[in-house]
Each structure stands twice: as structure tokens, then as C-alpha cells.
Ligand binder design. Structure first.
Ligand code: 0X9
Ligand code: ZN
Length: 321
């Protein structure tokens, strides 16, 4: 791809290949599942990571879901989540007792690219593409007016108002024609309903924030669940250093049809949206192609990510980062 660190979905040795490779090399720990297919036919892939992954039925152990790349251009979310996946596999392979015990009691799920069509498009065509590749006007080509925002298409307060999502197909927050109309949404929403994770971390950029439901609320909402503050931390002591924790509608802006609102409302999943850093002042969605900076962003989030996994067997009394 011409980058030092970033890799596209399709390229040989790219993200898709890596996921298959990881599953093939670790059959006792990793199970790869194809949840569905995108408009352009790419696989929507989830990995389950747990001891004897292929023998134990899905959702037989308390689950945590780590998801990323709903928004095509947010490459840092792919790298942070991919490194987290590898970190668990490496610790398990190194016989780290703590992680081995964790992976006997808990199942970790990873969706590294929730929007592989859009992700590939940011490599091949338009670096700042956000949405999926629905052909809104059915002209058999992708142009500026196409795409649905995957993070406005969920079946939670879908279309609640025009502030939190757009009716205009060319809009960056176009919600799509109906709740879960998109293959990407069906895959994620279906997975959430099936495994009913105790916790979800849905990585986005850019912040730094740790956002949590409900995102649809207008005005000054109150936290409805103290577990959120216990895990995200406080302004003075955030679970990820330098990040700003808060209710998403209050901290950032209002959304509807949003993933973590769905996860929380439908299944009681405690679901966070870490908005990762931009990597340099003014970089925005274009995090620098710099190994040290990318690795540092991953390491910064690791204690928070781990706290979710460690809390899965005791969700009412979580272990903070
Ligand atoms: O708008 C989004 O979907 C997320 N921000 S991003 O810049 N990555 O596009 C935020 C979603 C969190 N929910 C709310 N802010 N309500
Ligand atoms: Zn995003």
C-alpha cells in the first residue's frame, strides 16, 4: 500500500489475510466466523478468542466485544483493535497465567473492520470517506452522494430526530432507508443479539473521549448506570490517560440509531465508544503513519480494554483500569 504501518483490507498480507492467518495458526484459541457480506462482497469477519474456541458453544462464557472501523477513514481504530487481538493471542501463547485463566472463563470477540468496503475505498479512492458503500442512487458507481453511516443505522431510536442523523442520502450521517438496512449493521446487531456481551468497546476516532449511552438524549442527560462511570473513570481520573469520559450526547453531540445505544438498550451491554487521538494537532482523521505513535495509542488504551475483559465474569462489580 506504500505505507509503513497501514494496511488495506484487500492487499496480500492485508487485514483480511492477517485475520485468517491468526485463526489458522491458533486453532485452539481462535475461531473465525463470517457474519455476512458487504455490498461489494467483502466478508464481515468476527473472531472469537477463548480457550477451546471451536469446541465451546458461542456465548457459553461471558463475552466482551471489541469492534472498530465502522467509519472507513478511522484507521487508528483498526490498528489499536488489531494490536489488542494480537496481544491476547501472544500472551496466551507465552503461557501468561493471568491471560490463560481469563481466556478459560471469558470469550473475547473482535470485529476488526466493521466496514471493510469503506476501509478499502479510503486506500483506493478517497482517504476521508466515512460511510459504507451503499449505492444510494443505483447508478452502479460510488460517488460523493453514496453510502450510509453505519453508526446511525441501528435499531435504537432510529430516525428519532434530524439532529442526531440525516435523512439526506449525501449527508455524512445518512441513516439509511430503515433500521438495520445495511449488511454491516445486520452483522454487528446480529452478533450483539446472539452473544449479548457484558461489555463492548466500539473504537472510533478522533477524540480523545470515552463516550457512553445514551447518545440520543437531548438536553443534559443523567448517567443511568454507575457501571459506566466506574469503568470509564472521571474527568480527574479517566480510565485512559488524557481521555475525557462522558455521556456521548453531552460530551460530543447527539446521535440516533447508534451502535452503543442499541447494545445497551437491547441487551443491557455496557458499551463504550473510545474516540482515539488524532495523533498530531490538526491531523484529525489522518493519524500519522508512525509505528511509535500508533503503538503508544494502543498501549494507552490497553488497561481500559483489559478492565472490560476482567470484569466480564463480575459485571455488577467491575474491575477498573
Ligand atoms: O458520530 C459518531 O458516530 C461518533 N463520532 S465519529 O467522529 N467517530 O464519527 C460518535 C458516536 C458516539 N455517540 C454520540 N456522540 N452520541
Ligand atoms: Zn467514527
Amino acid at each position: 500500500s506504500g505505507y509503513n504501518v497501514w494496511r488495506s483490507w484487500d492487499e496480500p498480507g492485508g487485514i483480511r489475510d492477517e485475520l485468517y492467518d491468526l485463526a489458522n495458526r491458533n486453532p485452539q484459541l481462535v475461531k473465525l466466523e463470517v457474519l455476512g457480506h458487504t455490498y461489494q462482497g467483502r466478508e464481515l469477519i468476527a473472531l472469537k478468542v477463548t480457550q477451546a474456541a471451536k469446541e465451546v458453544p458461542d456465548a457459553s462464557r461471558p463475552a466482551v466485544l471489541y469492534s472498530s472501523n465502522q467509519h472507513a477513514r478511522e484507521w487508528i481504530s483498526v490498528e489499536v483493535n488489531r494490536r489488542l487481538l494480537r496481544w491476547y493471542v501472544d500472551r496466551w501463547r507465552a503461557n501468561d497465567k493471568d491471560i490463560k485463566d481469563l481466556l478459560k472463563s471469558t470469550e473475547l470477540w473482535f470485529v476488526i473492520s466493521a466496514n471493510p468496503d469503506g476501509y478499502q475505498y479510503t486506500f483506493d479512492n478517497e482517504r476521508l470517506w466515512r460511510k459504507n458503500l451503499r449505492d444510494n442512487n443505483n447508478d452502479d458507481q460510488i460517488t460523493v452522494g453514496d453510502g450510509v453511516d453505519p453508526n446511525r443505522n441501528f435499531n435504537a431510536r432510529f430516525k428519532y430526530d434530524e439532529e442526531g442523523s440525516s435523512s439526506i442520502s449525501a449527508g455524512e450521517t445518512y441513516r439509511g432507508p430503515s433500521p438495520a438496512s445495511e449488511p454491516e449493521t445486520q452483522a454487528m446487531q446480529g452478533l450483539l443479539d446472539r452473544i449479548k456481551p457484558k461489555f463492548q468497546s466500539n473504537f472510533h476516532s478522533f477524540g480523545p473521549y470515552i463516550l457512553y449511552p445514551q447518545g440520543w438524549q437531548i438536553g443534559t442527560p443523567e448517567a443511568d448506570n454507575p457501571i459506566y462511570t466506574a469503568l470509564a473513570g472521571t474527568d480527574a481520573n479517566p480510565a485512559i490517560p488524557g481521555f475525557d469520559p462522558g455521556i456521548s450526547s453531552d460530551e460530543l453531540y447527539v446521535t440516533n440509531g447508534e451502535t452503543t445505544d442499541y447494545a445497551d438498550t437491547a441487551n443491557g451491554t455496557i458499551a463504550f465508544t473510545p474516540e482515539l487521538n488524532e495523533g498530531c494537532p490538526g491531523c484529525g482523521f489522518v493519524f500519522p503513519d508512525d509505528e511509535a505513535l500508533i503503538q503508544a495509542e494502543f498501549e494507552k488504551t490497553l488497561p481500559f480494554d483489559l478492565s472490560l475483559a476482567r470484569s466480564a465474569t463480575r459485571p455488577a462489580d467491575p474491575v477498573s483500569a
